[in-house]
Design a protein around this ligand. Structure first.
Ligand code: BGC
Length: 337
């Protein structure tokens, strides 16, 4: 009987040791498939979708290079934080390797962060930035995006440079003041507040006189921006000289509305989406700020695979700094008429 018990204990210890050893092995060695969960705040955001499609492209390249499969599970929260939390709970219960979140409500990330941390899964936020205290409340929480202030400064700089070059064309009534409207992104989004603040501050610092005709939020979207600009066109007509838009999609909505009324105005966006670039190339938009969705998607995928295979330590300083800010540049039209 004693011998049997001893034998049983030995077996248990042996199996336990094997399990322990397997858990100690670098993740990379015992994984042929990396399971990555991505949750987006809505389905139809042009800029966010460019980032995600770049992630998908890079995942295929990674698979070809390493022979490991990257299973990217992408879900959309339809603007509901509750829905997003559910999606993340699902990723946790299925033991995903890394979770990437494009937050619905960027002011309320703490519960989600704690939950993912408890499950011991690395968490990367992108594009919609949680507050700093939330990013640092747990280990293995990161943010990838641009510097919102810098995007506003560069938009302002582009307006100032082009005003110098095309003063007569821009200041249609020649009163030495630029009459402007501003299309704002979602309220509460870090990019909305900072882009609005710094584009205007930069123009003031450049000594450009401005008169605000109106401002309204179109939630980053083309159709609401088109409708708002239609109203502005009726109200202000040719008095509109400058349209400052917090992103390209809304700038394109303004392009369409003003074109329909035969009003010419200098329209500026931010993002450099494919459609935005095209509009800059053909002179419908005067400039945009390139937020490099391609680079953001690439860095995201690199981070994901590094975290999933325990190679994150190779990413210089990121473990401590937690933030990756992708540089932005200005993309100006050479076709202004
Ligand atoms: C982009 C917008 C996008 C928003 C979504 C911003 O950084 O400029 O185009 O709609 O992020 O969060």
């Amino acid at each position: 009987m004693r011998k049997k018990i001893l034998f049983g204990v030995c077996i248990i210890l042996f199996v336990g040791a094997i399990v322990w050893y397997a858990l100690q092995k670098p993740k990379e060695e015992n994984k042929d498939e990396l399971k990555i969960g991505v949750s987006l705040y809505i389905k139809d955001d042009a800029f966010v979708n460019s980032i995600v499609s770049q992630m998908q492209t890079r995942a295929v390249i990674y698979e070809q290079r390493t022979g490991k499969k990257v299973a990217l599970n992408i879900s959309c929260a339809d603007g509901s934080q509750r829905e997003q939390n559910k999606q993340i709970e699902k990723y946790i219960s299925l033991q995903y390797d890394v979770i990437c979140v494009n937050l619905v409500d960027r002011t309320n990330a703490a519960p989600l962060i704690d939950q993912v941390h408890e499950a011991n899964i690395p968490l990367i936020f992108f594009n919609r930035e949680p507050v700093k205290e939330d990013i640092f409340r747990q280990e293995d929480v990161y943010y990838i995006g641009t510097d919102a202030k810098e995007t506003g400064i560069q938009q302002g700089q582009a307006v100032a440079d082009l005003y110098e070059k095309y003063t007569k064309l821009m200041d249609k009534n020649q009163d030495g003041v630029l009459q402007y409207v501003i299309l704002e992104g979602e309220m509460g989004h870090q990019d909305t507040a900072l882009r609005c603040e710094y584009v205007l501050q930069t123009l003031q610092q450049e000594g450009i006189l401005l008169e605000k005709l109106d401002a309204d939020t179109a939630d980053w979207l083309y159709s609401p921006a088109e409708a708002i600009t239609e109203e502005w066109a009726k109200e202000f007509g040719d008095d509109i000289e400058l349209v400052l838009s917090n992103n390209d999609e809304m700038a394109l909505g303004a392009v369409s509305a003003l074109k329909a009324q035969n009003i010419s105005a200098a329209i500026f966006g931010i993002d450099a989406t494919p459609a935005g670039r095209e509009a800059v190339r053909n002179g419908e938009m005067w400039a945009t700020v390139d937020c490099d969705a391609e680079q953001q998607g690439k860095i995201l995928l690199d981070m994901v695979t590094a975290l999933a295979t325990d190679k994150i330590t190779e990413k210089e300083g990121i473990k401590e700094s937690r933030y990756v800010r992708v540089p932005v540049t200005t993309y100006v039209s050479e076709n202004i008429k």
